[in-house]
Design a protein around this ligand. Structure first.
Ligand code: ADP
Length: 462
């Protein structure tokens, strides 16, 4: 039993090739032999009609003479004539010395003017004898027969040639089939090696795309995309795990430190209260971080159920601006709002969209120094709305712009500012959840512009 697909394919190809070659050979053989046999029969009929004509016009003796004349001595081994009476007596014949093993009596009794052909095996003859039996007047029977030696030899030659050609072609066919199926499977072999590598945790090497055909190429391409995605996810998971460990350690260490001081030190009630307050704050920020992480993960995995509602973008911008007014006033930052007169509405999760905008405004306030300005604006286009949060703050370097939407990323200039590097990741997840996107343009020292685009009529993920 052949186990490999290559072997099985090669076997099937060889089998089909053999069947086709056999059919072609058989057909050619039939056509050639059939044609040669027809020619023999025509010649026999011609000869018979000649003798019959003489018999009918000039009688038996003339016909017998003609028979002797027809068969020259050297021809006596290729053709014979026998003329039988209605009582099956041999009345006349050619030289029958070579044909002595012919049955004495005619084998067929055709009616007058009728002719019958047959093949007959005659002892001591290499090939079967082809005869015509012709019904003559007075129920006489004329038999003319030949041993088609040349044709027979030709058939043998044909058969031998075909047999050799068949064996050679079958071997070549088997070899070529093996080669073709091996070549077709090269891509699968490379894929198998890659699967083994992936099984050992190596996602780095993509499978090279060869010339094995569209199906295999598509398969390899899909595999490479899948491998790349897994690699990205694994790297992200690795980074996230490192970041979580790092970001959890600091607050937990701080909480432990405060608790230890409280346990060991001599403090009065108000100091205890103050420390407990700090611990509660740290715990709150930890819980908020964990909740944000969970929300991002759920949003990215598409397991969040969004109950779509109509959201008025102008209202939302005013609400969020009002929420941050005290902070803005504290820093003497002026929040400008620029909105078109006509209302802009989208369908989506109102509280999540509000949260996304709040995160953007919170960042703008965090990274903009005192007495500066922030502008919130919205513009509706054909199919989408663009909400823009423009600040005149510290700006973001081009290198940092590539990473600010990654989880836990914090730019160097913002290390001194409170935060956990999850805000923009959450904004991005919410934008994608609503089939929208978030982009940034920024110049160091001059400010940043965050553009949140949302489709005007959205189909939210379920
Ligand atoms: P966090 O603000 O908690 O650090 P975010 O995910 O909201 O986390 O932002 C990631 C980083 O992007 C910030 O650490 C900061 O470096 C940069 N950033 C975000 N918004 C602004 C902004 N408006 N101006 C300058 N830098 C910004």
């Amino acid at each position: 039993m052949i186990k490999t697909l290559k072997g099985r394919l090669a076997l099937i190809y060889t089998f089909l090739f053999t069947i086709i070659a056999l059919t072609v050979f058989f057909y050619i053989y039939q056509v050639i032999t059939g044609d040669l046999n027809i020619r023999i029969d025509e010649e026999l009929l011609d000869d018979a009609q000649e003798i019959v004509a003489i018999f009918e016009s000039s009688g038996l003796s003339k016909a017998a003479e003609e028979i002797l004349l027809e068969v020259e001595k050297e021809e006596a081994e290729t053709i014979f004539y026998r003329l039988f009476s209605p009582q099956q007596e041999l009345l006349a014949s050619s030289n029958l010395e070579y044909w002595r093993y012919l049955p004495a009596l005619p084998k067929h009794f055709p009616r007058i003017e009728e002719n019958i052909y047959d093949w007959q095996h005659v002892p001591e003859h290499n090939f079967e004898v082809r005869s015509i039996y012709f019904g003559m007047q007075g129920d006489h029977i004329l038999q003319i027969g030949v041993e088609p030696v040349e044709n027979g030899n030709l058939f043998i030659l044909l058969f031998e040639t075909f047999s050799i050609a068949f064996v050679v072609l079958t071997l070549m066919g088997a070899f070529l089939s093996l080669l073709v199926s091996k070549r077709a499977m090269l891509g699968i072999d490379r894929l198998r090696d890659s699967f083994i590598r992936v099984g050992h945790g190596d996602f780095t090497q993509p499978v090279t795309i060869g010339q094995e055909g569209e199906e295999i190429e598509t398969l390899i391409d899909t595999f490479n995309q899948m491998q790349h995605k897994i690699q990205t996810l694994v790297e992200e998971l690795h980074n996230v795990t490192n970041n979580i460990a790092h970001d959890l350690r600091s607050p937990v260490t701080r909480i432990r430190g405060m608790t230890e001081t409280t346990l060991t030190g001599q403090q009065n009630l108000s100091e205890y209260r103050e420390t407990a307050g700090h611990i509660v704050e740290e715990c709150d920020s930890l819980v908020s971080m964990v909740n944000t992480m969970l929300e991002i993960a759920e949003s990215d995995a598409g397991v969040i159920t969004v109950i779509p509602e109509t959201v008025d973008i102008s209202h939302m911008i005013h609400d969020v601006a009002d929420l941050f007014l005290p902070v803005a006033e504290d820093k003497s930052i002026d929040i400008q709002i620029e909105l078109p007169l006509e209302p802009i509405q989208v369908t989506g999760d109102k509280s999540r969209l509000q949260r996304a905008l709040a995160n953007l405004l919170d960042n703008a306030l965090k990274y903009t120094s005192q007495k500066n300005q922030i502008t919130l604006s919205a513009l509706a286009y054909d199919t989408y709305v663009c909400i823009c949060v423009l600040d005149t703050g510290i700006g973001i370097s081009e290198e940092d712009q590539k990473h600010i939407f990654d989880r836990f990323f914090r730019g160097d200039p913002s290390r001194s500012t409170p935060g956990n590097g999850l805000g923009l990741s959450l904004v991005k997840s919410i934008a994608l959840l609503h089939h929208g996107d978030i982009q940034v343009t920024s110049v160091i020292g001059k400010g940043s512009c965050f553009q949140l685009t949302l489709p005007l009529y959205m189909q939210c993920q379920k």
